[in-house]
Design a protein around this ligand. Structure first.
Ligand SMILES: [Cu+2]
Length: 311
């Protein structure tokens, strides 16, 4: 993943290709028109400038050929753009009535990801099979967010109570950085996600693993962490499938350790970063709904061992 290369001009899906192709074509046509107009203005300035001893130029009143041309040509260009736009929209927007393959729900300030066919739930990292055209239903749990993966397709708002749809597809394997692009509060700028496009077999293995109950580690510190997790209020917000933690107000942690990043892709998923987060999440990502529990170092160690065992 390379942020610097996260450009709309490096499209990796038919939907993004349709949009960037349209953009580039319109840009080129407009540049040509600009050049023609500028050339006419400059040549008029040079050819018809006042010459010493010259008389005033002969005035013209009306020229129906010219007037028809400068009305009809722009009109035809606009009709052409309209047709191209309609074609681009058809290629990048999904039809209605089809069942979604994926449900993505925007939260302040993270993304919940659900696979309705298998019941898998995860957060911030969206796995899809490479080359497959998946229909995503977008919703929001609170305010308006906006789902945008510059290299994969158009932006789409996630509006509370009004599901929107979009295609999600990637031509090549790899991870694509996405972000929220509608201001949604204090941590809007830190509301990223990854789309991870994998070969089908790899994707299926991932999905099967995600569908399993949480792993129960035998290590002493992980067990202590698991007890802490249950006795503290973590269970009021988070879900760990196969335990009594069932709340879905915060990222699902069932297979937390299988994720590359956390906190909406702001931190690589390492024990050190996790310990930093647990020590005081408000210092890492101020104003989030997860409070600072003022945990002791021993508690942080236990919780870190537990969460990093959840493969
Ligand atoms: Cu936002």
């Amino acid at each position: 993943m390379n942020d610097a290369l996260n450009s709309v001009f490096r499209s990796e899906s038919p939907q993004a290709g349709a949009i960037s192709g349209l953009f580039i074509l319109v840009l080129i046509v407009c540049a040509i028109i600009l050049l023609i107009v500028a050339a006419m203005v400059v040549s008029s300035l040079v050819c018809f400038r006042h010459k010493p001893g010259g008389s005033d130029p002969r005035p013209h009143h009306g020229n129906w050929k010219l007037e028809t041309a400068w009305t009809v040509i722009p009109f035809l260009v606009l009709i052409w753009f309209l047709t191209l736009t309609a074609k681009g929209m058809k290629e990048s927007n999904p039809p209605s009535g089809q069942k979604p393959d994926l449900l993505v729900i925007g939260h302040q300030w993270w993304w919940e990801v659900r696979y309705p066919k298998t019941g898998v739930i995860t957060a911030n990292e969206i796995h899809i099979p490479v080359g497959a055209q998946w229909l995503v239903a977008l919703e929001s749990a609170d305010v308006i967010h906006d789902f945008w993966v510059p290299r994969l397709g158009p932006k789409m708002d996630a509006v509370p109570g009004h599901p929107n749809r979009l295609w999600l597809e990637a031509d090549k394997t790899g991870s694509y950085l996405g972000t929220c692009s509608e201001f949604c509060g204090a941590q809007h700028a830190q509301m990223h996600f990854l789309v991870i496009a994998q070969p089908l077999t790899e994707f299926e293995a991932w999905q099967e693993q995600q569908g399993k109950f949480a792993f129960r580690s035998k290590s002493k510190s992980a067990q202590r962490g698991s007890e802490l997790f249950r006795s503290m209020t973590c269970v009021n917000c988070h879900r760990v499938n196969g335990t009594e933690a069932k709340s879905q107000d915060a990222p699902d942690l069932t297979h937390f350790a299988s994720r590359r990043t956390f906190g909406s892709v702001i931190l690589p998923n390492t024990p050190e970063n996790l310990a930093r987060w647990l020590k005081n999440p408000q210092a890492v990502k101020p104003a989030i709904l997860m409070p600072d529990f003022k945990l002791t170092d021993a508690q942080v160690d236990g919780l870190t061992a537990y969460l990093e065992s959840l493969q």
